[in-house]
Structure formats: C-alpha cells, structure tokens
Design a protein around this ligand. Sequence first.
Ligand code: PRP
Ligand code: URA
Length: 242
Amino acid sequence: GKAKVAPTRPVGPDYRSESQKPAATVSTPVDFDTVTILPQTPQLIALLSIIRNKNTDRGDFIFYSNRIIRLLVEEGLNHLPTVEHTVTTPVGRPYDGLLFQGKICGVSIMRAGEAMEQGLRDCCRSVRIGKILIQRDEETAQPKLFYDKLPEDIADRWVLLLDPMFATGGSAIMAVEVLMSRGVPEERILFLNLIASPEGIKNFATKFPKLRVVTAFVDQGLDEKNYIIPGLGDFGDRYYTR
Ligand code: PRP
Ligand code: URA
C-alpha cells in the first residue's frame, strides 16, 4: 500500500484560538456514510499517542487501550435503534424518553478482539458474547478461520463485532461472512474498531454497504508486511503477551 499524506491539524479545546491549539496528526477522512470516526478530541489524540508509542509498557498499553475502547463502545451504542418510551418520575410527572429496541450481543475476533469485551460488558450488563477465532498468516496476511462459538439466537440480535485492528480488512470480512451465514443481516452488524487503514475501510464498506463501522482513527496505510502505519504494531502481542 501507498502511504498518503497524513493530515496534521490544530486539536482543541474549542475555546482556544486556532493558533493556540497544538497541532497533531488526526484521522484520515473517509467518504462512506456508514463509517463513523470518533471526534478527534484532545483526549482521544493524547490516549492514542500513548498506545502508539513503542516505549509504552504493557500495563499502560492495556489501561489506555481500554480507555479508547470504552469511548468506542459509548459511541457505538448511539447507533442502535431506540423507540419512544414515557416513564413516570417519583414526583408523578411523565418524562418522554427512549428505550433501546432489540437484543444485542458482542462477537470478538480472537485474540485481539477479546480485549474489547470488558468495555462492552461495562456498558451492557450481562451482554452475551460470541467468539470467532481468525488468525492472519504471518507471511501472506491471509486470514484463516479456526473456530467460532456464537449465541444460538444470534440471527435475532444486533451484533457488535469487536476487533481493534483493521488492516487489509480480510479478518473482519471473514468474520462478517460467518455472521451472515448464521442469518445476521449486514444492517444489524456494527463493527467497533480502534485503528483502520484506508484500504481496509474501502474494501469493507464497498463489500458491505449497509454495515456500520465505528472507528477511533483511520491511519495512513499499510507497510510491506500489511501492518498499519504509523499504527501501533501488533495489538494482540502488546495487550496479551509482550
Ligand atoms: C490482527 C488483528 C486483526 C487482523 C487485522 O490479528 O487483531 O484481527 O490482524 O488484519 P487484517 O485486516 O489484514 O485481516 P492477528 O491475526 O494478528 O491475531 P491476534 O488477534 O491473535 O493478534
Ligand atoms: N494486526 C495488528 O495487530 N497490527 C497491524 O498493524 C495489523 C494487523
């Protein structure tokens, strides 16, 4: 892949004038309306700067990745359907509110996607979680499916698909094909992702035009080993074993 020029922009807070804002590299924009990129706030950019740093130790990598994962889950929940719901307050007055409509479940792409399960559980009490084990061949970057275990009634649920790294898109495409083969329509899948490549996003959004993606950042591209650049290296290794 070819690296594009990364956009460097002044980053907040909003009350500062442009010239008083520090400049940082922000997400590459994409023009698919199914893809939501988290707002490029000072907090998000500072958190990403920690986990991208090769000198960050494993404890900090886990802690600050979890912080970004929480932001992704919080944004993802805003993409689920709701219905009108009026409640009565203790002082006897009505409040016209909303209720989430429909059942959900999480599905993590192992191993790295499992790191996102706790963030989902912290927001959705006793959420069901399925697993799909897909591993990229280290030489060819081709994904291989080893295992899946999914809720029996997954076809009736909204699925929050979890994988922090979205490089060629091969692993995520394979996972979506497994979900669709179990009867989940693509419009009921929401893919939550930390860092994506522009080519991964393009492949995926073209193949699944109704599937929503929420990502924290779209990077410049891929290197000759199909690692995301600038990226953060191997997420699974840094989170679990390094
Ligand atoms: C990584 C990552 C994704 C995949 C992304 O997993 O977690 O699943 O690669 O690459 P792609 O978009 O090109 O398919 P890996 O296979 O290295 O396994 P791991 O989760 O066990 O680290
Ligand atoms: N998987 C990772 O963990 N990192 C990459 O950059 C690409 C795939």
